[in-house]
Design a protein around this ligand. Structure first.
Ligand code: HEM
Ligand code: ISQ
Length: 155
């Protein structure tokens, strides 16, 4: 089904409100992912390289987590404008190949979706609604579908 202007507004509005607490947000997303799927930690090279540094002090962690928020938001805007998920900086082919190379599988995408939604809900409880959840879910799912298309070994 089509992504509506209302859905785009819900995603953009909540992302703008969340940005102020960006550091906290990034850490929370990672912690939530690893709470649900502890073994996913092994996938991230920058976490393994620095086992002596606590998670909340890892300089790369925040930036990486925020990328997922920002790209999902960007995906929402493009879904409405162009009818398909696209991302700016790194193209989808690179993203797909990267995630394939690092061993990311279907279940990981579901864990991250769940963690993302929970993190947003906790960040903007006063805005949260079933419509907002639906909008973020759709934006994320479409972006993931586009990434996955590029994750096939032959792609
Ligand atoms: C790397 C975005 C889902 C695991 C990256 C990078 C981006 C990104 C942009 C490259 C960061 C950089 O090197 O600058 C996304 C988006 C996702 C998504 C937009 C979903 C919509 C996932 C999932 C997993 C995952 C579900 C598995 C839990 C990784 C790993 C890396 C990575 C392991 C490499 C980290 C490293 O350099 O060691 N992701 N990602 N990603 N992503 Fe994702
Ligand atoms: C997926 N890809 C890159 C970074 C991430 C950070 C947190 C959760 C998922 C991620």
């Amino acid at each position: 089904k089509a992504f509506s202007e209302e859905q785009e507004i819900l995603v953009v509005k909540s992302w703008n409100a969340m940005k102020k607490n960006a550091s906290e947000l990034g850490l929370k997303l990672f912690l939530r992912v690893f709470e649900i799927a502890p073994t996913a930690k092994k996938l991230f090279s920058f976490l393994n390289d620095s086992n002596d540094v606590p998670l909340e002090k890892n300089p790369k962690l925040k930036a990486h987590a925020l990328t997922v928020f920002a790209m999902t938001c960007e995906s929402a805007v493009n879904l409405r404008k162009a009818g398909k998920a696209t991302v700016k900086d790194s193209n989808l082919k690179d993203l797909g190949e990267l995630h394939y190379k690092y061993g990311v599988v279907d279940e990981h995408f579901e864990v991250v979706r769940f963690a993302l939604l929970e993190t947003i809900k906790e960040a903007v409880p006063e805005m949260w609604s079933s419509e907002m959840k639906e909008a973020w879910t759709e934006a994320y799912n479409q972006l993931v579908a586009a990434i996955k298309q590029q994750m096939k070994p032959s792609a």
